[in-house]
Structure formats: structure tokens, C-alpha cells
Design a protein around this ligand. Structure first.
Ligand code: GDP
Length: 297
């Protein structure tokens, strides 16, 4: 399970403090030292940890007294709030264009889960929001990607726009948008090409697609299992494309949690959805608060 090690360590740290009728500065110091080590071990970005610990220390020492909680519980509340804020605090919503269709561009490295997530998102929009999405197969370099998206479309009964592997991705995106308008789709989800690494050709192509379709959302799909690499990838995509959000996949795996806890702080962009399995209904809106509660127990 994701966050298992981190959750275990933080919960045992919190257990020491929870019943305390009085929390001394020394107690806070020991607690934050353990929290710091646990976060670093969970592969959370070093600077993110440093800033977080500073805030927890300031708040935990000088906090107001609430009658319903013991001082120990109040300290834990501070840690929980700070962890939640770190991941973005509020749950963020998906954009709605003033004039439909709303265009969502999906980007990410190969294997991150982009094609699967495109399908999951279409399914989410249709089932949860009663929308009529059009999926667009713009990954022409990996022939299997188009077949994969078409299979996903069939499973979900969502139409897939494709022009095969000979067409130019920018033309595909432009034509798909036209068709979506004609057929009154209210969402267009464009599955773009991935690469093994971030490279100039990939970014140039994504920038061209962006210029042509003027997306309402640009989601970067990253694999939670890759830890700090996911954060670095998010940083470079964000610099080039100005993302609107991140989808963190494979949170059902035994990731240590570093990506989930660092991405918002490092890139400034929220995690909007979490992939929780391979099935097409295993996508969940990312909720920082419940994630923090899950970690702290
Ligand atoms: P793409 O190359 O980025 O388009 O990646 P794919 O969509 O083909 O996904 C790569 C692999 O990751 C596939 O085997 C997917 O089933 C798997 N995958 C995608 N999302 C998740 C997830 O949230 N959890 C798990 N366990 N597997 C996932």
C-alpha cells in the first residue's frame, strides 16, 4: 500500500505525543526531528521537508489552546493541517470552458499511464458529471497507443478520434476539435505522445498542439512509484508547457509517497486526480486532507 512506511513511522511518532497534557519545546523538537527523518526516508524533496518542519515548529510551539483537544492532540492537528496544505489543501476542480468543448491535453512520459488515464478521465466525466467526451489519439509514434486508446474507447463506449499513425499530431488535434464542435461533445481529451525521457522534440510538439487547441487544462500524468523523478519531470514539463495540474498514477502501489508530498510545493501545480489501479474506474479526485489523515491515522 502507498505511504505504508511513512504512515507507520509518523503514527508511532504521534502516539508518543497524543496523550500529553503539556507539550514542551523539547517534545516538539523531538517530534519534528522524527517527522523530518520519516519524510526524508519517504523520498520527499529536501527543501520541501525543511520548510514544512519550520512551519510545524513555529505553529506547534506557539499555538492557541483549544478546549476540546489535549495539547498533544493539538500538535498532531498542526502536523495534519500542514501535510494537507503541502499537498494543496483544497481539492481542486476540473475546468469548464465558457464555450464548450472544454479541452484537456494529457502529457507525460511513456509508461506513466497517460493513455489509461485519458480513458479513466473520459469515464469519470461521463459517469460522474454526465458529460459527453471525445478521446483523441494523438500519439502517433507508438502504434500500439492508438489501438490501446481505441480499445479503451470501446470498453467505455466513448468515441475515439484517430487518423492513424501517418498524420501529424498537430493536425489530429486541430481536426478533432472541429469534429467535437460539430458533434457537440463538451469535453475533448487529447492523448499526446510520450517519450522515455523529457526531450526537445517532445516539448516542441506539445507546444504546437497547445498553440493550436488552446487547452483549458494541461494535465501531466506522472507515476508515483518514480518518487523524486516524478517531481523533476513535473518541474520540466511545467517550465515548458505551464501545466494546470498533475495526475499521479499508481498510488495503489507501494510508493513511499515522495511525489505526492512534493509535487505541489515544488511546481506550484496541484495534483488533481490519483490513479488507484489499472481498471478504468480506478481514478479518484485527489483529496489532500483525506490523504493527510490516511498518513497520520
Ligand atoms: P502511457 O505510455 O503513459 O500511455 O501508459 P499506459 O496508459 O499504457 O500505462 C502503462 C501501464 O501502467 C499499463 O500497464 C497500465 O495498466 C498501468 N497503469 C496506469 N495507471 C495505473 C494506476 O493508477 N495503477 C496501476 N497499478 N497501474 C496503472
Amino acid at each position: 500500500m502507498a505511504f505504508e512506511g511513512l504512515a507507520e513511522r509518523l503514527q508511532s511518532t504521534m502516539k508518543k505525543i497524543t496523550g500529553k497534557g503539556k507539550v514542551s519545546e523539547q517534545d516538539v523538537k523531538e517530534m519534528t526531528r522524527e517527522v523530518r527523518l520519516a519524510l526524508l526516508e519517504a523520498d520527499v524533496n529536501f527543501k520541501v521537508v525543511k520548510d514544512l518542519i519550520k512551519r510545524i515548529k513555529e505553529r506547534a510551539v506557539g499555538q492557541e489552546v483549544m478546549e476540546s483537544l489535549t495539547p498533544g492532540q493539538q500538535v498532531i492537528k498542526v502536523v495534519k493541517e500542514e501535510l494537507s496544505d503541502l499537498m494543496g489543501g483544497e481539492q481542486s476542480k476540473i475546468a469548464v470552458a465558457d464555450r464548450p468543448p472544454t479541452v484537456i491535453m494529457m502529457a507525460g512520459l511513456q509508461g506513466a499511464g497517460k493513455t489509461t488515464t485519458s480513458g479513466k478521465l473520459a469515464n469519470h466525466l461521463r459517469k460522474k458529471h454526465n458529460r459527453s467526451p471525445l478521446l483523441v489519439a494523438a500519439d502517433v509514434y507508438r502504434p500500439a497507443a492508438i489501438d490501446q486508446l481505441e480499445t479503451v474507447g470501446q470498453q467505455l463506449d466513448v468515441p475515439v478520434f484517430s487518423k492513424g499513425t501517418d498524420a501529424n499530431p498537430v493536425d489530429i488535434a486541430r481536426d478533432a476539435l472541429e469534429q467535437a464542435k460539430e458533434e457537440h461533445h463538451d469535453y475533448v481529451i487529447i492523448d499526446t505522445a510520450g517519450r522515455l525521457h523529457v526531450d526537445g522534440d517532445l516539448m516542441a510538439e506539445l507546444e504546437q498542439i497547445k498553440a493550436v487547441v488552446d487547452p483549458d487544462e494541461i494535465f501531466l500524468v506522472v507515476d508515483a512509484m518514480t518518487g523524486q523523478d516524478a517531481v523533476n519531470v513535473a518541474e520540466s514539463f511545467n517550465e515548458q508547457l505551464e501545466l494546470s495540474g498533475v495526475v499521479l498514477t499508481k498510488l495503489d502501489g507501494d510508493t513511499r509517497g515522495g511525489a505526492a508530498l512534493s509535487i505541489k510545493a515544488v511546481t506550484g501545480k496541484p495534483i488533481k486526480f490519483a490513479g488507484m489501479g489499472e481498471k478504468l474506474d480506478q481514478l479518484e479526485p485527489f483529496r489532500p486532507e483525506s490523504m493527510a489523515s490516511r498518513i497520520l491515522g
